[in-house]
Design a protein around this ligand. Sequence first.
Ligand code: EPZ
Length: 416
Amino acid sequence: MRFVIKGPNRLQGAIKVSGAKNAALPILAATLLCDGVSVIEGVPRLNDVDVMCEVMKPLGVECRWQNENILVDTTKIRLEEISEKLMRRMRASCLVLGPLLARFGHVKISQPGGCNIGSRPIDLHLKGLRALGAEITERSGYLIAKSNRLKGAEIHLDVPSVGATENLIMAAVFAEGTTVIRNAAKEPEIVDLQNFLNRAGGRIRGAGTPTIRIDEVKSLVGPKGHRVISDRIEAGTHIIAAALSGGDVVVQNVIPEHVEPLLAKLREAGVGIELHGDTVRIWREGGIKAVDIRTMPYPGFPTDLQAQMCVLLAVAEGTSVVTETVFENRFKHIPELRRMGVDIYIEGRTVVIRGVEKLSGAHVEAPDLRAGAALVLAGLIAENSTVVDNIEHIDRGYEALEEKYQTLGASIERVS
Ligand code: EPZ
């Protein structure tokens, strides 16, 4: 499957952001802790969401779509092994580890796979689970975690890992006494997970800050209608696309505070930005100024927008320096962008980008989700036509991306 894009395009009009993939996935895993039916609203129709439902099905958990909502029924939940094939397809499947351990005291999963953006171990997840009293053995690619009673503990994370913070919150909800997670990740998706669990009867405080407290409860009941927050990374991708194209675009269903790290940088680059409630209007007043970027955990500049930002800086006036501090090799978009005329080179975890006048269309391949999105953005503004292959990666994180850009007047088609 591929996108064929004819450029350059000036984007005009309004598009609406979908629900957040990275909020929906941990919340789906959290339904494993809840009795009865959970109703999650505003869930994006993404492959990764379907994979998470596939992972839970063999456990006797029923996931059913109802328009843009997912109903998850755990009435018949039973302990089963998680399919290795599915675990390898998506790293976020490891988020079932905490809930299953909390609920059954036993879980066997294979080492996670997922996006190829670095080693991405789950050592911090396991270290935290051991602190809660779990006995974890790793054998030939499998993990077996056991505990007849998890006990609350003080856990200090070496790095503010999003997944480890989420897994440990879920593992701790039934643990004896109180658990404190320090140096926790502060991403908005963790606040959404806390809100979901507290609506189910959990007693969690501090999400969004470095210290999260989880007090023991005996059980949770599925909430009937938790709406996931809007996707700040999808919103940021469209905001960058609008700035790139030199058009005038309104992006709707945005939580401004969640995209503030990006907006601050775009203002520095001379991009016009107007906020009205949950909409952001973007236009260009002149050229784009070169700016330097360092990706950091939230509320720093998000690593998930680094590749897209490289495209904007590729056509800026001047030289920019982009440092990726979160993942060790998240530069797979660079060789493909070079083929489109981007003047860029890598020095370790930093890239130096010299702005050029314009990009030229080419036949490129999406290496992973966000690098793929960056190639689409490059194709939107490049002269002539661009073909982006392997767009299955892009479908993991963007709902009908080509339709959204078609409504803004772009010439982009999905071709099998
Ligand atoms: C989440 O991944 C997101 N995925 C990623 O989005 C995002 O890039 C990342 O957080 C950082 O914001 C989901 O929420 C499903 P981490 P996660 O644990 O939880 C190291 C996208 O494009 N680390 O915060 O896997 C790790 O190697 C995806 O939507 C350990 O060393 O990220 C990495 O360098 C891509 N040991 C850093 O921490 C651990 O046990 C951040 O990883 C865990 C992580």
